[in-house]
Design a protein around this ligand. Structure first.
Ligand code: GLN
Length: 259
């Protein structure tokens, strides 16, 4: 088993390193014909405008759309989630092309600018029930998008309560002084629709490999023709080197973990 990782820009090396920790080989994808050598794809975080320009330059959009339509597992993290969404709103979109397929609307830079990037413990019951480990996952949000609405076939895997001292404007999150001026509002930050997985945060930047493991299980599910469900059943992970450790045996390393 090899997993393709779109390697135009952004955190593709970090995803390949996370896959390696699970004993799975990640291969860099930069050209349309390279997609024929892989049965699943990760679209990393980065800068979606830049990634879109490079994807256009390499004529990747038709091949990426075909890949999604064929029902092959695709996981978009952060900018990758924006790529997969049917609709994106927010700052500086500039007519940016999207791959689409994931029936949702994402808001780019939802939480604000770079200095408003943050980490948060997310409640992840669906992930924990399949992968084991704690009920929470440390989400690294770097100028992250949020999912504003989802279609009927989309499962919400995690949301994030936006603190009550923040007001959400159309382009960013702005701190305000008054206490309790707004009730707490939850925004969606992880979704799944059949073969498509989207996370607004960066699991590849943490030691916890459960989202990667979840995605690998999607590969075996889709291979078995049972892609529509939100939960995985069997693993089918082929070890190509390293130890394929369960969550509880994994070494616990503090952030940041990328080596
Ligand atoms: N804000 C970036 C964008 O819109 C995404 C940031 C990220 O991938 N960490 O492309």
């Amino acid at each position: 088993m090899v997993v393709g990782v779109l390697a135009l820009q952004g955190s593709f090396n970090e995803h390949i390193a996370a896959l390696k920790r699970l004993g799975v080989k990640g291969v860099e994808i930069r050209k349309p014909d390279q997609l024929q050598n892989v049965s699943s794809l990760i679209i990393p975080g980065g800068e979606s405008t830049t990634m879109a320009r490079l994807a256009e330059y390499h004529n990747l959009f038709p091949a990426l759309r075909e890949f999604v339509k064929m029902g092959k597992p695709v996981w978009g993290t952060c900018a990758g989630l924006i790529f997969l969404a049917n609709k994106a709103v927010g700052q500086k979109l500039g007519g940016q092309e999207l791959v689409g397929g994931l029936d949702c609307t994402v808001h780019r830079n939802f939480f604000g600018s770079q200095i408003q990037s943050f980490e948060a413990e997310l409640s992840v019951p669906a992930l924990a029930s399949q992968e084991g480990g704690p009920e929470t996952f440390r989400g690294v949000f770097i100028r992250a998008p949020a999912v504003l609405d989802v279609g009927p076939d989309v499962d919400v895997l995690a949301d994030y309560p936006v603190p009550s001292n923040k007001v959400l404007y159309s382009s960013s999150t702005v701190e305000i002084q008054e206490e309790n001026a707004m009730p707490e509002k939850k925004v969606i930050v992880a979704v799944r629709q059949g073969n498509l997985l989207g996370t607004a945060f960066h699991p590849e930047l943490t030691a916890d490999t459960r989202w990667h493991s979840y995605f690998l299980k999607m590969m075996s599910e889709v291979g078995e023709g049972t892609s529509s469900g939100g939960k995985g059943t069997s693993s089918g992970i082929v070890v190509v080197g390293g130890d394929n450790l369960g969550f509880n045996q994994q070494p616990k390393i503090d952030l940041p973990i990328f080596q």
